[in-house]
Write a protein that binds this ligand. Structure first.
Ligand SMILES: Cc1ncc(COP(=O)(O)O)c(C=O)c1O
Length: 441
């Protein structure tokens, strides 16, 4: 029996339901990305423009998924459309080097503090896979330290907890140690083993920052890894060009040895990169040394590395980020949203907070606590309380029916206007009221 919130969604989306009837036999769960799973059925989008998108049932939605974080410029930004359309007419693949990739790579180096050299890939998953391999080859060590629930893509080495590790060999799992974040003594203890190649972290916290990292933990990690000769990798696939132009490392002033990038990097098209210290990135470079080339060098092909369409979109996006206050606009819109959501919680007397760094905002319900609205640290017990899946699911469906695609997480772009934010805050008030009517908050 559907809840009232589910029934409203079902009634308004007959065409989505029809498409799901086909897609569920074609794709597992009827979707092509785990995060797009939705009960009773996912929504199917026909087009997007600016901060909005439209589903096949004609519903207009203020978008806070932002292409899983890729779209800091919103949908179909005119300058990205022009750059990609122009490139399309010149060819999409030359199996050769291009001036465009030099422009793209130079902008990465200009913006990201740790960047001395760059290697492009096609996704964030590929980038973290490569960063580990570079670190292992550079140090001659094999163990990796990661942090609980931090997500680095879907390859075998770094699966986050509870994301499905079926098919991963036990031997591979044995090369990675996962620790609770924000406790430097535990990391120090783990690094005593002397077989650790690298420590990798999502610098604002797990789930894009939902479970925050204390900023001082980043500097403690930097000091410790530097002292012990362990490669420090910031996975900036989400935070790169978002938390600030220079990512989380630019925002907090802590420079890792390597950093992985994707999402915003590709300007809305597929792209990924590892960047950082030249001597580590150069583990890919062929030397005049056959033994090094055969046994130590990191080989790297990849048909779509720095492909011209992604390079055109990515270089244009980074050019805009470097010359215009894109981050400041996105952060200002996010701060407006944060304040509005916190006002709604106070008005409805619902315990919780809206907090987050830069333009990624999290609505955490069910816990009454002091919140600094940015890096809002909670006890583990409280963090698990705010993860209640039923509340999250009903809130997201209610928000969608009320015209905004966000609920627990809001990824804000530079093109969200005051009107978008005000409408979202109204949608949140209506949605939280509906969730409360079901006895959930
Ligand atoms: C922090 C982080 N690293 C890596 C990835 C994997 O990136 P991709 O989905 O491009 O493979 C993601 C994806 O959401 C991510 O959030």
């Amino acid at each position: 029996m559907p809840t009232p919130i589910e029934q409203r969604y079902i009634d308004a989306h007959p065409k989505c339901a029809d498409l799901y009837a086909t897609s569920k036999d074609l794709f597992p769960n009827g979707v092509t990305h785990d995060a797009r799973n939705l009960k009773p059925f996912p929504y199917f989008v026909s087009h997007g423009l600016g901060a909005r998108k439209w589903d096949v049932d004609g519903q207009e939605i203020i978008d806070y998924k932002g292409g899983h974080g890729a779209l800091i410029l919103g949908h179909s930004h005119p300058e990205i459309v022009a750059a990609v359309s122009d490139q399309m007419t010149r060819g999409t693949h030359y199996a050769a080097s291009t001036e465009l990739e030099i422009k793209w790579g130079s902008l990465v180096r200009e913006l990201i503090p740790c960047s001395e050299k760059v290697r492009f890939h096609s996704s964030g998953t590929e980038a973290t896979l490569m960063a580990l391999r570079m670190a292992r080859s550079y140090t001659g060590k094999s163990r990796i330290i990661k942090f609980d629930d931090h997500f680095h893509g879907w390859h075998d080495y770094l699966l986050a907890e509870n994301t499905g590790d079926g098919g991963v060999p036990e031997e591979v799992k044995g090369t990675v140690t996962s620790l609770p974040v924000n406790n430097i003594s535990l990391v120090e203890e783990a690094l005593k083993a002397d077989d650790v190649a690298a420590v990798i972290i999502e610098p604002t916290g797990a789930h894009m920052g939902l479970w925050p990292v204390r900023p001082s933990f980043l500097s403690e990690l930097r000091e410790l890894t530097e002292r012990l000769g362990v490669v420090l990798i910031f996975d900036e696939v989400v935070t790169g060009f978002r938390t600030s132009k220079g990512g989380a490392q630019g925002y907090y002033g802590v420079t890792p040895d390597l950093c992985t990038l994707a999402k915003i990097l590709g300007g809305g098209l597929p792209g990924g990169a590892v960047t950082g210290k030249a001597e580590i990135i150069d583990m890919i470079q062929l030397r005049d040394d056959p033994s090094f080339n055969a046994n130590t060098r990191v080989g790297h092909n990849g048909t779509f590395n720095a492909n011209p369409l992604s390079a055109a979109a990515g270089a244009k996006a980074l050019e805009l980020l470097s010359t215009q206050p894109i981050n400041d606009r996105a952060t200002a819109a996010a701060n407006h949203l944060k304040a509005g959501l916190n006002d709604v919680l106070s008005k409805l007397e619902i315990p919780g907070c809206a907090a987050g760094v830069g333009s990624a905002i999290f609505l955490r319900l069910g816990v009454d606590h002091e919140c600094d609205q940015e890096v809002c640290l909670m006890s583990d017990e409280d963090q698990h309380k705010v993860e209640d899946r039923t509340v999250r699911h009903q809130l997201e469906l209610a928000m969608y029916s009320n015209g905004a695609d966000g609920g627990q997480r809001f990824i804000v772009s530079s093109v969200h206007t005051d009107r978008d934010i005000d409408e979202t805050v109204e949608a949140a008030e209506r949605s939280l009221t509906a969730v409360r009517a079901q006895g959930l908050v």
